[in-house]
Design a protein around this ligand. Structure first.
Ligand code: F6R
Length: 355
């Protein structure tokens, strides 16, 4: 644990500076809001009856966040497409965000091409590549995000502009208050969890210590923290290089809870993290309490991480942001550089020459 307070050692392991990128996330979010405010939007983008986000991995999670926020306040449904085939219901009445940080992700380019054929209304979000070229050729609005990031570390750029654009188009209510609350809260959390805060006063460093040598399992709740739980899992996979799992209350009470029954000696190697909110559905709170009572003897430990803020945006981003810090601190404890994702790179390289 002492290495987390040793800046020299941290720099040695975190060669590409992922921790700094995470610490600077509030500023990234501020810049991302400007990107959403500046992009040119035509009137016809307003004439839609549904929304879709096309994107994989770090570029797709913004779609999950958007769905959770938009569907709680608007009648528009949001389809998040993470695959090669575009669902039939996406057509000329759909506003589609095609999101790929690199602009080269083959699944996203595949559904993007289908969306063009269906004459969907399209906005591209990318740092370049084929997506940018094809969007320009077709005259689509493009939100050009800065290069030099790992896609997952550019979440602010890949997510917030969508929210701002929808609000500018009048498809959802003004996000001004929520965005301003979220930005303020993220800045406060950045200081609270920063590398400068010693382990003794830094709950993100402490939780990373609890997860060391264990399999993390992140439980969110339907409609609020579910996408944050998925983000935690993916960040633990990609930054910390450990296998992590996630699931969602109440659904997990109807299946996964039984899986913590046999193999007790093995399941004690799993440490659970419940993502909580003070205003969560009272039955969810009850379910979490009973679940804890039923399974605590069968898992290593159960921790809780709480949402902060009032708006859904602030709540979700606050609980997600804590996970980003935990994942980087866990990487450092494991002596692993958080930035490279060799398996993903190798897989893409092998697929590329192999159609
Ligand atoms: C890497 C990462 C990945 C990528 C995914 C799609 O940091 O997060 O999950 O996001 O492989 O690639 P892009 O984002 O370039 O479309």
């Amino acid at each position: 644990m002492v290495i987390l307070d040793d800046t020299g050692k941290i720099k040695e392991i975190d060669r590409s500076g992922m921790l700094r990128t995470v610490e600077e996330f509030p500023r990234q979010c501020r810049d991302a809001v400007s990107l959403g405010e500046e992009v040119k939007l035509s009137e016809d983008l307003k004439k839609v009856s549904s929304l879709a986000v096309l994107g994989m991995g770090g570029s797709g999670i913004g779609g999950d966040l958007l769905k959770t926020i938009v569907e709680s306040e608007s009648k528009l449904s949001v389809s998040v497409v993470k695959g090669y085939d575009l669902p039939r219901h996406i057509d000329s009445d759909t506003l589609v965000f095609a999101v790929s940080y690199s602009g080269e992700t083959e699944e996203t380019l595949s559904v993007f091409a289908q969306a063009i054929d269906r004459r969907a209304k399209i906005i591209a979000i990318t740092s370049g590549g084929s997506l940018q070229e094809q969007a320009a050729r077709n005259g689509f609005s493009t939100i050009k995000v800065p290069t030099g990031y790992q896609p997952r570390a550019a979440l602010g750029f890949l997510f917030l502009p969508m929210l701002i654009v929808l609000s500018r188009l009048g498809l959802i209510s003004s996000q001004e208050a929520a965005v301003s609350e979220a930005l303020g809260l993220l800045a406060a959390l950045s200081s609270r969890f920063s590398s400068k805060q010693p382990v003794s006063e830094n709950s993100a460093k402490q939780l990373a210590g609890e997860l060391l040598g264990k399999f993390p399992v992140i439980y969110g709740s339907d409609g609020l923290t579910a996408p944050a739980a998925l983000r935690w899992k993916c960040q633990l996979d990609e930054n910390s290089k450990v296998q992590a799992f996630w699931n969602v209350f109440p659904e997990l009470n109807h299946n996964e809870i039984v899986g913590w029954e046999l193999l007790k000696e093995l399941t004690r190697n799993f440490v659970l993290v419940f993502l909580r909110d003070k205003k969560e559905h009272p039955r969810i709170a009850k379910r979490m309490e009973i679940t804890r009572e039923l399974i605590s003897g069968h898992v290593g430990a159960i921790h809780q991480v709480w949402c902060e803020g009032k708006s859904r945006l602030a709540k979700i981003l606050s609980v997600l942001y804590q996970g980003d810090f935990v994942s980087v601190y866990l990487a450092l404890l494991n002596g692993a550089d958080p930035t490279p994702v060799d398996r993903i790179r190798l897989l893409k390289e092998r697929l590329a020459g192999n159609w």
